[in-house]
Design a protein around this ligand. Sequence first.
Ligand code: 13P
Length: 270
Amino acid sequence: MSTPRSARRPLIAGNWKMNLDHVAAIRLVQDLALRLRGFDHKMVDISIHPPFTDLRTVEGIIGADRLPIQLGAQHCSSHEDGAFTGEISLAMLSRLSVASVIVGHSERRQFFSMTDSDVAATARAVLTHDLTPIICVGETGEERESGVTHEVLVRQVTAALGGVDRGVEERIVIAYEPIWAIGTGVAATAEDAQTACQAIRALIASDRGEASERVRVLYGGSAKPENAEELMGMPDVDGLLVGGASLGAESFAAIIAATATCYGQTAGKS
Ligand code: 13P
């Protein structure tokens, strides 16, 4: 018997990318806190992933106001420490109460030459430090046009699982982010997102069996208040990795609210 979808708590994660300095971060988090007042926090997990230079400030606000928001990073080194100029270690992130790290975002793969094996090594390191890796996968527009989306997902998911020991699968999150949908305003349709997220879960199942039912699979790429409810209505879409729309408290809070509504309505469905 498969685990009901309602057993997987939805996760709405905001990836700020290289936006908002620590002063702007204070404004955004405080505004978000106001908008989340009275919100049933048991319904939806929320994480925000500011730039490294904002982490200390945002940690302070979350801690002082006991906000129901987890702090996340956008990247980390797979190495413990040493001569890696410009990199940030997991030990450093842990000291700042960082709970999760985005691993292998397409922008890291594209602009910083991160390979599938780097993604696996980084996911392994994140898990070793008891943090949650949010592992990103997804095809380019060209790959989609040539009909090789599934092959790309097979390659990326299989490689990423190489960094995940048996028995800890439920601690990982996979984010399906088709590159052609990132920052373009054109999201995948809810059906296409479902097809890809379902395929990712099936890939995990083929290697790890029913543990796949406990892995959260997110969709990312032009997610916004207008499409959040439809995307979150899909049975294999367990959350959203939000870029642009996480830079405004109003739009990010609206996505969280849409998710809560959707789960309120579909809770108990499998
Ligand atoms: P957008 O929501 O801006 O398309 O970005 C998606 C993304 O890359 C999140 O990691």
